[in-house]
Design a protein around this ligand. Sequence first.
Ligand code: ADP
Ligand code: MG
Length: 327
Amino acid sequence: MGEFDLIYRYFDRTTTQPTVQQGVELAIGDDCAVTKLAPNQRLAISTDTLVCDTHFLPNIAPADLAYKSVAVNLSDLAAMGATPAWISLALTLPEVNHQWLTEFSQSLFAILDRYNVALIGGDTTKGHLSLTLTAQGILPAEQGLFRHQAKEGDWIFVSGTLGDSAGGLALLLNQVENLTESDRLLIARHLRPTPRVELGIALRAFSQCAIDISDGLLADLGHILKRSHCGAEIDLANLPLSSHLLARYSHIEAEQLALTGGEDYELCFTIAPNKRSDFEKFLRSQGIKATCIGRIVSAEQGLTLRRQGQIVPPPTNIGFDHFQTSK
Ligand code: ADP
Ligand code: MG
């Protein structure tokens, strides 16, 4: 099977679903895709590469791989408050395996449909398994969530619970046997993270600053602090830890996973003091979980972690960095 047959068979839905998503004038099949925006709209664009052995284990199920590569891309859009619209996929495959491609493409379209995203193009090449996705989302002209917009006095919130993905990954890496129901849920959080797309869109009304937690809370909050020229105080007692994490790990281990474990894909964001009560009302009305974990302070104050009022030294190893060798 040639490259074009492969693309047509697994990735081109333009003939079976000619009425694709809004804004797509031309999708797969020409030299470029063509899309259009309304005059008051802006594009938010993000690219992510996933490489075998670096980002996923070689034995990953193709359905999980497709899901996760889209989810992490959409998570970046969520962190900007953008509404996902279009995605392109550059896929490098060691061989043409029809079973693999069938499972991969079905799962890919399942998550794309869930978030109403159109696959508008890509590239298909031979080599070591890797994927590069570029997602495009729409931002209203005057709104958006930016790392540089935290202000002294803002409250710091995180969505969901933290540390589950890293807790699940550790179980996979250590090939733990006799997994409990909680263990399976941790592993599911690692394999199938939920991009907080709806929350990101809703946050446009309450916040101007967010990041998605891909490298661990402290590392990612650190990016906000650096770009916003601020410090932060975090109350460890408020870290949202799931019952599943606490069923498998001690409290201190769970806290460490929450602070430094990556790939939760929750959002960390700031809420100005005058917006907090409206925001909390909104959370209750929608049944969305987000927790206030601290406050933005001046840059001079740096980052302070407290447990029951006592200052705790931050962990030394605060996040995943591909090029860091000293750990
Ligand atoms: P070109 O040679 O002009 O770059 P290609 O032959 O790479 O075009 O691709 C042909 C068409 O198929 C293009 O519209 C491209 O966007 C699309 N395409 C290629 N690979 C993929 C893929 N994995 N998923 C979706 N679309 C793809
Ligand atoms: Mg090409």
